[in-house]
Design a protein around this ligand. Structure first.
Ligand SMILES: Cc1cc2nc3c(=O)[nH]c(=O)nc-3n(C[C@H](O)[C@H](O)[C@H](O)COP(=O)(O)OP(=O)(O)OC[C@H]3O[C@@H](n4cnc5c(N)ncnc54)[C@H](O)[C@@H]3O)c2cc1C
Length: 600
């Protein structure tokens, strides 16, 4: 069999592209997905069951990193969904957007004004089916701007039916510390505090994943075929291409141990995610020839930056005991209460399980550093710019220029107080590194502090020609001093928040990092032992000019190939100040529009 388009990976962007291409009845589209359709599992569709059941065990690639040199040699886990719908099956459903300036910087890096906030906003809207807040939600603090949302798209976006009291106290505390109240965290100006929209079907309070949005309602389309439980091993190439460029002719995949192939008459779209997509390219012979040969793969096209420029957000926390008893901890502390709440959710879609997180704020440098600290940090980063850019580029001179260009943009945004280094979000219950049984059995308030603008860059590469062998993922966390300073600053800001009025009214003492961690050095040392991936990996097949070490052009086509494009988080050139899924849907919409010649 042969299809016009074969999409590798039925995740966030993959299903978006497949859906939009198959709107044209004359096109045939196949999606090949390693996981299964998990839409019917309650741990998937009930918002408050995020992370429970088999979410994190089975529906998860759980990529292990190589030991992290700057984090005491620890091996961390980068989670990524393995199911139809990809990471939107297991993610936290938080659905804001990054700041305008960062999308504009994609255009600046690529000298292409079709990749800017204003050019991309229509594609954000196209993906979205937004339900405005009802009276209860508005009274509970939800605010929104109709002008930035889409009302006829596919991904259902709305707000939960339950709001924790401590989250409201935290939002007021953040406002007291100078964060503006956000009119809408998807408006491109997220230096503010507010309640983020969720990828949630407001009509019945269920998760809306990429499968819910772009597959389930369209599964009867005769020209759309989805093959699940099928792991793509490689792209097969046509030897005598007229264009002189590498041309995909088929895609090979494994079901159990059996090998299958499917023909491609137009294009392959790689949507296997930031770790999965470079893996498939490398297994297909496209990448750094030295790395491929070492893994036992015959090089077909030397494109040395495949898998490089990898970056991820870094998660940390500060938490305190709280006087409030209606927290997420109550569900763990009291199983009977938890059963009653779950029954309540099934009965009328309310209660603690109806709430996906979360109230959040995005901090600017001025919230984290004093002016003199910031000046010193920026001066040091500028002085060492070429040093770090070439260190992170793994010996590739073009990529060194690309990373230097990314760092210059980030630092100039830092100077204008426009780079947003940290997300601070309030967790109405424990969030931190200590397991349930190992911490005091109490109620908590936690502030997650997530490094959003890391300058560190790492890589992901295959180590074997066996498609079932996981790649070596090296995010190189904390390889840049500004990243460390920002993350330490985030913990100090989280501590200030925990005791700021009116949140101080429920404060019952700090648990973590703990009052013995007093100096910056104490905090830094503690963080090295506990920080985690925020599962927001980007950049491994970056959209940048080839002269800057990019892998895809602004049509998302892999350099040197005639008919292979990439649509997923791997094309995002540098980390952005938001949870990623809304941006990845936008990329999927844009990719389909480009493929259909802007006629969609
Ligand atoms: C635990 C967690 C929490 C998160 N929380 C949030 C959040 O609250 N809000 C938010 O906006 N973002 C969140 N994110 C991030 C966001 O969900 C992802 O960045 C985004 O969904 C990635 O989209 P993608 O299309 O790049 O990849 P994915 O959606 O991961 O899709 C890749 C797909 O390819 C498949 N695949 C991979 N390799 C192969 C292969 N060889 N053959 C066949 N199929 C393959 C995978 O199984 C998967 O279905 C979270 C992510 C995780 C993991």
């Amino acid at each position: 069999t042969s299809y016009d388009y074969v999409v590798v990976g039925g995740g966030t962007a993959g299903l978006t592209v497949a859906n939009r291409l198959s709107e044209d009845k004359h096109l045939t589209v196949a999606v090949i997905e390693a996981g299964f359709n998990a839409e019917g599992l309650q741990e998937v569709f009930v918002p408050g069951l995020i992370g429970t059941g088999i979410s994190f065990s089975t529906l998860n690639w759980a990529y292990a990193t190589v030991p992290q040199a700057n984090l005491n040699g620890r091996v961390l886990t980068v989670n990524a969904g393995k199911a139809l719908g990809g990471s939107t099956i297991i993610n936290s459903m938080i659905f804001p957007r990054a700041e305008k300036e960062q999308y504009d910087a994609w255009g600046e890096l690529n000298n292409d004004n079709t990749w800017t906030w204003s050019a991309l906003l229509p594609f954000f809207k196209k993906s979205e089916l937004f339900t405005p807040p009802n009276k209860f939600q508005t009274e509970s603090g939800v605010r929104f701007l109709a002008s930035v949302h889409g009302f006829a798209g596919r991904v259902k976006v709305g707000f939960p039916n339950f709001f924790f009291e401590q989250s409201a106290l935290w939002r007021k505390a953040a406002e007291g510390l100078g964060f503006p109240a956000s009119p809408d965290l998807a408006n491109g100006d997220p230096h503010a505090v507010g309640i983020a929209p969720n990828s949630l079907d407001a009509a019945n309070n269920t998760r809306c994943s990429a499968a819910c949005a772009y597959y389930t309602p369209f599964q009867d389309r005769p020209n759309l075929v989805v093959i699940t439980n099928a792991t793509v091993s490689r792209i097969l190439w046509n030897n005598n291409s007229a264009s002189g460029k590498l041309t995909a002719s088929a895609v090979e995949y494994l079901i159990k141990n059996e090998t299958w192939t499917v023909g491609v008459s137009k294009e392959v779209v790689l949507s296997a995610g930031t770790v999965g997509s470079p893996k498939v390219l490398e297994l297909s012979g496209v990448g750094n020839s030295t790395i491929l040969k070492a893994a036992g793969v015959k090089p077909v096209l030397n494109l040395p930056t495949v898998g490089e420029n990898f970056a991820d957000h870094v998660h940390s926390w500060a938490n305190a005991f709280t006087k409030i008893t209606l927290t997420k901890d109550a569900l763990l502390l009291n199983p009977e209460f938890a059963s009653a709440q779950l029954a309540l959710w099934f009965k009328n879609r309310t209660g603690l399980y109806s709430a996906a997180p979360r109230s959040l704020s995005i901090a600017a440098p001025s919230d984290v550093f004093t002016p003199s600290q910031l000046n010193t940090l920026i001066a040091q980063a500028e002085a060492n710019l070429t040093h770090f850019a070439s260190q992170f580029a793994n010996g590739n001179p073009a990529l060194a220029k690309g990373i230097a260009a990314q760092h210059s943009i980030a630092l100039s945004l830092y100077k204008r107080n426009k780079e947003l280094p940290l997300e601070m979000n309030a967790e109405p219950g424990y969030s931190g590194p200590t397991a349930f049984g190992a911490r005091p059995a109490r109620n908590y308030t936690a502030i997650n502090s997530v490094l959003y603008a890391p300058l560190s860059r790492g890589r992901t590469h295959i180590v074997s020609s066996n498609p079932l062998t996981p790649p070596a993922v090296d995010p190189a966390y904390w390889a840049h001093p500004l990243d460390i300073a920002a993350q330490v600053g985030g913990i100090k800001l989280a501590r200030r928040m925990l005791v700021a009025p009116p949140l101080d009214s429920i404060y019952a003492g700090e648990f973590e990092p703990g009052t013995d961690k007093r100096t910056d050095a104490d905090i830094e040392e503690w963080l090295r032992g506990v920080v985690a991936s925020d599962n927001h990996e980007v950049g491994s097949l970056s959209m940048m000019p080839q002269s800057l070490g990019g892998v895809v052009d602004t049509s998302l086509r892999v350099y040197g190939t005639a008919n292979v494009r990439v649509a997923d988080a791997s094309i995002i050139p540098f980390p952005i100040s938001a949870h990623l899924s809304s941006t990845v849907y936008m990329i999927g919409e844009r990719a389909a529009d480009i493929i259909r010649g802007g006629r969609a």
